[in-house]
Design a binder for this molecule. Structure first.
Ligand code: HEM
Length: 150
């Protein structure tokens, strides 16, 4: 497939971007054409296939897909990140971009929810303890008063 990018060129006089739709990238998933998406950028990794230190299998597995997670999971060195530039062919079209770290946000939301949960429970606990304390004081006062009367 020609690296044309049906989405067209990016705007702006200085930066000229080629945008690719996810479906275009998905088509490049054979041993002849291996395109990967990493951090919203498209890489043609054909030339690295035989030289990739992690082997060609891993690249073939990710071909045509968003390889962001697997690329990061391996913990590639800064040299490897620098190498990415050689294979860069364009960006994913903005309308196909998924927000990165979406799962992080939802975990943040969850942790916030549990924070509220603990907060409310602590307040209820303090109020209950207050009532118990008052009850205890009132009862001991009452029994002391009783004793005084006798
Ligand atoms: C264009 C994209 C990629 C480039 C330029 C690249 C480059 C490299 C380089 C230079 C290394 C040597 C170790 C280092 O310097 O970090 C490496 C190792 C490795 N890569 Fe990639 N890589 C790419 C994509 C991927 C992808 C998508 C995967 C998917 C899982 C992957 C999996 C691995 C593995 C498993 C190793 C071996 C790690 C080890 O033995 O410690 N790589 N890669």
């Amino acid at each position: 497939m020609e690296a044309s990018g049906s989405g067209g060129k990016g705007q702006g006089p200085e930066v000229s971007l080629t945008y690719y739709r996810l479906e275009e990238v998905a088509k490049c998933n054979s041993s002849k054409e291996i395109w990967l998406v990493i951090h919203g950028r498209v890489y043609d990794t054909n030339r690295i296939l035989n030289e990739h230190p992690g082997g060609e299998e891993v690249l073939l597995e990710q071909a045509g897909a968003d390889a962001n997670e697997s690329f990061e999971d391996v913990g590639h060195s800064s040299d490897a990140r620098e190498m990415l530039k050689q294979y860069y062919i364009g960006d994913i079209h903005p309308s196909d971009l998924k927000p990165e770290g979406g799962s992080k946000d939802s975990s943040k939301e969850n942790s916030c929810k549990s924070c509220w949960f603990y907060c409310i429970f602590s307040i209820i606990g303090v109020v209950l303890l207050g009532f118990l304390y008052r009850y205890y004081m009132w009862e001991s006062k009452f029994s002391r008063g009783d004793l005084a009367e006798v």
